[in-house]
Design a protein around this ligand. Sequence first.
Ligand SMILES: [Zn+2]
Length: 176
Amino acid sequence: MTTTPRPPAPRRLSSLLINVSTLLQEPIGSLREFLLDDAAFSHDGERRAVDGPLRLLRTDQSLLASGWLGIAVEDICGGCLAPLALRLELEFDEEFWPPTDALTGRALTPPPERDGFAVIDGQIDLSEVVRQYVEMARPISPRCGPDCPGVGASAAPSEPPTDDRWAALSALREQT
Ligand SMILES: [Zn+2]
């Protein structure tokens, strides 16, 4: 009877700055599994918590970071301009490139179709990835809820008329 070795439990991380110097010296296909737990991210001057699984895979030359992260941010209702809390899901596959190949020491230049982020001093910093994906995941015009009183409820200037092309884009973004 054979037993399959259980994969190691993901390591809990409370930072978006991750040391990868050991992983870079391991063979292609080496994996690290993490669970981000209350990792601090600065957004609009506030500290936000990032949570969720993260996997780092050693590729031929780079590291592929795959994340399924969640973050709560604040926004403004597009209807009544009331502040509201949004939970955003950030799903990404992004490559991180060290300046030199860890095994040969040769300088690395990412191919144009595989550009990504940089490994700096043996560390990757997911903050920039999170920042970019937050901007992409953020709805163009969030609503506080089905009972939103609408623009007339506030003294703020009304919104310009909605362009149909933006509405289509907005609908597309909500689907994805
Ligand atoms: Zn509203």
